[in-house]
Design a protein around this ligand. Structure first.
Ligand code: ZN
Length: 425
């Protein structure tokens, strides 16, 4: 137990050299592949179908030889082989819980929760022993709230297992119990903050919050600044999914999300499953070392990129950059992924914009990107605005595009943010 408690902040683990980390992950990978081959029907049948033995996967690069598992594959397998799709390993001590997350996906929960990744994330986010923490994630069926609850226990904090909803009760409990930590989505924290303001509370004096740990949503920097300022707390985010757990977390430096040691994260080309080089945007794919429900190359459907430069906090792991959105919303222009989220980021800098839409077409075998813009009111110097916008588009999207102004109502309601009109012949 003590070892487990200390695992998440063992500095020698968080400060491993790249070479040591690679060796560590290689060892854990070969261990989980052999374990999965022996105990999980589905993992074994996949290896057998390829005529491959786990021993042949010698390093992280070799993972490319294995197929990607998408959420839809998991759902299909579970329908064929209920309830867990043959991915599961029957645990010696039995299951503590069976979780059900959207899909639906059934997930066995181990008797003793041993994964220290969330605890590591919570610690890096500033949550400490002695904190009283409001866990507003949903305790109903899905595993996230339980994973965090167990991890908060590892850190020695006290949890108020409230779940989401009932904002006035949340505010009362924060006050009555002197809650110091909040866990939940950023938008829920905003809802609580606005409600407390509506009750004319002094957010800094009447609430004793010190730290918030948020996730499960895109967390814009502007929202962080607003909330940190209003509440006088620090807010850090982590990224993960219910299927594969924590895949990244922010440290005090908030410059990307450190990838925990006990998972392998790849960024891959969504079409081919090949690993992409550092900095390139692709799908986040994770391999976990769970001894009850191991996931080998599970595709999250989320897009990000890797950051390798050293972090001033002293942790040496590679980091995930921003989460750029979902793979099903991306469009490739000139071979570069663009995503509605990036367009939002550009447009946020121009308050005079009422509505916009990116249209991608093809002219003489070349991609053409046009950004149609409706303005709230007429501006004096349209040409200079157009030039500033085009510069910003180039900078954020890394692809050039032409800005075209259109009259109010020119962009249909509910039009796609990025409309791909290319015809491929
Ligand atoms: Zn750091």
């Amino acid at each position: 137990m003590i070892d487990r408690l200390h695992g998440y902040y063992r500095r020698e683990k968080e400060t491993m050299s790249n070479k040591k980390r690679e060796a560590y992950l290689k060892e854990r990978l070969s261990e989980i592949l052999r374990f999965g081959y022996r105990h999980s029907k589905t993992i074994r049948s996949r290896f057998d179908a390829m005529g491959l033995l786990p021993q042949r996967i010698k390093g992280l690069k070799d993972l490319e030889k294995l197929p990607i598992t998408k959420k839809a594959d998991l759902v299909t397998s579970q329908k064929q082989t209920p309830p867990f799709g043959g991915f599961e390993v029957a645990p010696k001590k039995g299951m503590r819980r069976i979780y059900i997350s959207p899909g639906p996906v059934f997930e066995p929960g181990e008797r003793d929760y041993e994964d220290t990744r969330w605890a590591q994330a919570l610690y890096a986010g500033g949550i400490r022993k002695g904190d009283i923490v409001l866990n507003t994630f949903n305790y109903h069926l899905t595993p996230l709230a339980f994973m965090l609850d167990e991890s908060l226990g590892m850190l020695g904090t006290t949890v108020v297992p409230i779940g989401p909803g009932n904002i006035s009760m949340q505010i009362n409990l924060i006050r009555q119990l002197h809650v110091t930590g909040f866990i939940g989505t950023p938008s829920f924290l905003m809802a609580i903050t606005e409600a407390a303001e509506g009750m004319r509370l002094d957010l800094k004096r009447d609430l004793h919050l010190k730290v918030a740990f948020v996730g499960a949503e895109i967390f814009p920097e502007s929202l962080r600044q607003k909330l940190e300022g209003k509440l006088d707390i620090i807010i850090r985010q982590a990224y993960g999914t219910v299927d594969v757990g924590c895949l990244g977390y922010e440290c005090p430096e908030k410059n990307g999300m450190h990838i925990p040691e006990d998972v392998i994260v790849e960024i891959v080309d969504t079409d081919t499953g090949r690993q992409l080089e550092t900095g390139a945007t692709g799908e986040i794919v994770a391999t976990t070392f769970s001894k009850i429900f191991p996931m080998i190359r599970f595709a999250t459907g989320d897009l990000s990129y890797l950051v390798e430069d050293p972090c001033p906090c002293g942790r040496t792991s590679i980091r995930l950059g921003k989460i750029l959105g979902r793979t099903d919303q991306i469009t490739k222009v000139w071979g570069i992924f663009i995503h509605p989220w990036q367009v939002d980021e550009v447009m946020a800098k121009f308050p005079m914009v009422a509505n916009y839409q990116v249209v991608v077409t093809r002219k003489e075998y070349r991609d053409v990107m046009t950004i149609h813009i409706e303005l709230k009111e007429a501006v004096a110097d349209k040409l200079s605005l157009k030039q500033r916008m085009e510069k910003e588009v180039q900078e954020v999207l890394k692809v050039g595009g032409e800005v075209a102004f259109t009259e109010r109502g020119g962009i249909p309601d509910r039009a796609k943010k990025i409309d791909d009109r290319r015809v491929w012949e």
